[in-house]
Design a protein around this ligand. Structure first.
Ligand code: ATP
Ligand code: LTN
Length: 333
């Protein structure tokens, strides 16, 4: 709580290229919420290395994600925007929280099971510990709310469990956070397989629309999107998963409600609809891409933002960590 405002925390991993799923499910909401909360937005590079990364690319993607955050409308003067590894307290609290987390709990995490299957050659301890590091991220800032996509629900739940466990073992230390999901777009699906979430690391790049895609590519991907054998543009996720997914994307990118979008396309075929979705997305992405490129050319500015963000984050994080160390009995000098 600062200036009467509750605290909000979220992060995105600087891996691969971001998709419109990341934008709709995460970044767009960060921008909308930043005026109502005291916000911390991290670039989760420590989470990123749980899957092998090319070092040069990881470095580049870190700056690129920062530029994207700002190009999408995050205001670094208002919110602390920083790189996770610049605040050592994340790794330090993670170690303590590890001792309050059971191996069985981590083995049951859906993302761990999925990623272990996808990266069978590298099921490292970090991959398993991913949710504990995420709990440390969140708890260090006495966070009230965590806006994330639905795929992260289980991770925020475990952060709550760990917080409660620690508070019960000692005395109230951590705020118990709540996940915040948006009504539309908490799960954007793959365009070619609407039963799967759109992912930045999907095998088939045609199922994901990247924020870096140019207009032709965006339109081509939407044209090929899977719909169903009917011809009515109607929101019905059970029976019309593909069309419903496109309606969510359209609604998110135009600000129109689902009902307004359905009315707009009543009596028109899927072809028209898919083209309109593609155009709405491409038109919105173009200025963001231009602004991101402009910012990336100004490395001094970006480094300044990161220095300031890390300093602000460190101040809060170190306070929480000191409290924790005291409670668990670490000798202090
Ligand atoms: P990967 O698929 O490579 O594991 P990811 O696309 O899930 O990565 P993250 O960095 O793990 O990307 O997620 C960043 C944020 O974007 C999270 O809040 C996550 O919930 C959200 N998000 C990711 N994909 C989607 C999606 N398809 N729909 C809605 N939100 C999403
Ligand atoms: N695992 C998250 C990224 C992330 C995060 C966090 C999100 C790392 N730390 C703390 C919210 C709060 C993901 O989105 N895949």
């Amino acid at each position: 709580m600062k200036d009467g405002k509750k605290t909000l925390y979220s992060a995105v991993q600087p891996t691969n290229n971001l998709t419109i799923g990341n934008y709709i499910g995460a970044i767009r909401n960060f921008v909308a919420l930043q005026k109502d909360y005291d916000c911390y937005f991290a670039i989760a590079n420590m989470h990123a290395i749980t899957v092998r990364q090319n070092p040069a690319e990881l470095r580049q993607r870190t700056l690129s994600l920062l530029a994207l955050y700002i190009a999408c409308g995050l205001n670094p003067e208002k919110s602390a925007v920083y790189v996770q590894s610049h605040v050592p307290a994340h790794a330090e609290l993670c170690w303590v929280l590890n001792t309050f987390t059971y191996v069985g709990e981590m083995e049951r995490m859906t993302q761990f099971k999925d990623k272990s299957a996808r990266h069978a050659e590298n099921i490292n301890m970090g991959l398993m510990d991913y949710p504990v590091l995420m709990a440390a991220d969140i708890l260090l800032y006495q966070t009230d709310v965590v806006p994330v996509g639905l795929d992260q629900r289980q991770h925020v739940e475990i952060a709550r469990d760990i917080a409660q466990r620690f508070n019960n073992a000692f005395s109230p230390t951590f705020t118990v956070p709540e996940a915040l999901f948006m009504k539309v777009g908490a799960k954007i699906c793959d365009l070619l397989d609407p039963s799967k979430k759109m992912s930045k690391s999907a095998e088939n790049v045609n199922g994901s629309v990247f924020l870096s895609d140019d207009k032709d590519t965006v339109i081509r991907k939407f044209k090929r999107a899977v719909t169903d054998s009917g011809n009515e543009v109607k929101y019905d996720p059970e029976n019309k998963a593909g069309v419903s997914n496109l309606l969510s994307v359209y609604s998110a990118f135009t600000g129109k409600s689902i009902a307004e979008a359905e009315a707009e396309f009543a009596g028109r075929g899927y072809g028209d609809f898919k083209l309109a979705v593609g155009e709405a997305v491409a038109d919105k992405l173009a200025p963001v891409q231009a602004e991101q490129a402009r910012l990336l050319a100004d490395k001094d500015y970006l480094n300044g933002v990161l220095k300031d963000g890390a300093a602000r984050a460190c101040r809060t994080a170190e306070k929480t960590l000191a409290k924790v160390y005291k409670k668990i009995g670490f000798y202090q000098i």
